[in-house]
Design a protein around this ligand. Sequence first.
Ligand SMILES: [Zn+2]
Ligand SMILES: [Zn+2]
Length: 359
Amino acid sequence: MPSSEWCLVPKGQAEVKEQGMVASALGVRRKMMMMSPQKPPAALWQPIKIFACSQLTSLVRRATLKESQRTPKYEKVHNFKVHTFRGPHWCEYCANFMWGLIAQGVKCADCGLNVHKQCSRVVPDDCKPDLKHVKKVFSCDLTTLVKAHDAQRPMVVDMCIREIEERGLKSEGLYRISGFSELIEDVKLAFDRDGEKADISVNTYEDINVITGALKLYFRDLPIPLITYDAYPRFLEAASESLNRTPITAFSLRVNVLISSMCSIISELTDADERLEALHEALKLLPPAHCETLRYLMAHLKKVTQNEKDNLMNAENLGIVFGPTLMRAPDLDAMTALNDVRYQRQLVELLIRNEDVLF
Ligand SMILES: [Zn+2]
Ligand SMILES: [Zn+2]
């Protein structure tokens, strides 16, 4: 388990939320009191205010504590689709009747919640997907899958990585060499059919490259990539900064003036710091389930590089393999997308190398 000096999304979000809730609740209260013509005397108001404030804070804290005791706590939006209900139906949000003969309301495709279309806009993001609605494993939204299975990460990722670490770390060309595509497709079907009971043991799939192939396919098939479309520009920015600065450093070294070399060493150090800072900020943009899966994968890839003398795979090679697997440009033209590929490789390489400090 890598150290987590930097607290990532879940805890931070909870704190900000808590502060926000207290502040807004108190803010509204104070304003209302100030506007009121019959303002109670300060001597009377002050103790009430202090008491109310302490009660409210402890209430909020208790609620947050209760919330955080349940693991994992990943927020998920509902996946509402217009629905025609047969027979009378009542909205599960406002409890009122859903009128009409067709398209009376919307239904969440992941948890089955039925609400009015107008109510769907105010329903909190507390979707708890149900296995009876979530049928597939591959091509299923990552957060939906982990919530449906009440897991930390998708079982495909956990099971494949466990299998690879047990019998594949020293296999030459791990992740670079691909297994038979029919067999990889077979693994995918097994996961879709049997979930965590899928058999991917050495008796069924002797070739470890089939398992690495299935894991790569899982990431490629995600409807929202592991590095989400929203976070993609920030990640690429962090990676491209480091690439663009390289020529300047190379040039100053070539000039071979003592001072400039010293400057370049110093600037390289600060560049590295800034880059990690930028990457750390970018990681905060990922949904918690995506971030946790990325952390787990990078820790695994680091182990792969530690066996480089047997498997001949270093962070650079793995960057080439995983760059386009873990992220896709959000609708860019072919030329820009092609140009992005080198930054994608660089990004994965950076994540592997700095896995221990970033997560
Ligand atoms: Zn839902
Ligand atoms: Zn309603």
